[in-house]
Write a protein that binds this ligand. Sequence first.
Ligand code: AKG
Length: 192
Amino acid sequence: MNKRVLIEDKLIYFSNAIDTDESKPYFKKLKETIDWEQDEIMMFGKKTKVPRLTSWYADPNVKYSYSGLELLPKQWTSELIELKSLAEKLSTHSFNSVLLNYYRDGADSMGWHSDDEKELGANPIIVSITFGFPRRFLIREKMDYKKKKEIELEDGSLLVMRGDFQETYQHSIPKTKKLVGERLNLTFRKVL
Ligand SMILES: O=C(O)CCC(=O)C(=O)O
């Protein structure tokens, strides 16, 4: 497994946390078994579809709201439990929930944001696992948007976000006009 520190104490990248011969079956199983939903949020007073499909799994009684949406937890599947264990092993932290995103093509995206909801507490540890087509993960400093970094999140990769990463930076997955394949992303979180 190849480990790289991208930002000291804040961002650690494992490029092949899951081997290709395992990542392909995970992709297929997650795509087929996860209860994908098309969420809608209010933007400028209008209901707008979120540009990706999402799903939320968590321990019972865990409540979370995200972009103004109250999420109701679904029950862990066996693949999600396995991936949670891997996330816990590599981050030495425990999680009680996972938010999944399904990017169907290059028109699907995630806008600039920080995972700084108060339910996650100060300096949350979040682990992000990617399956499928690699997409650009952009990072910018909140105090100076011109200070940017980026990394391509590859199939089977695992990214640990920790320390004051969410407080100091925003991140996004931009749209692309390139022909890109489907991508699944899982972010393991601990809701307090
Ligand atoms: O798809 C990704 O890699 C980013 C996901 C993300 O930013 C999030 O779930 O908050």
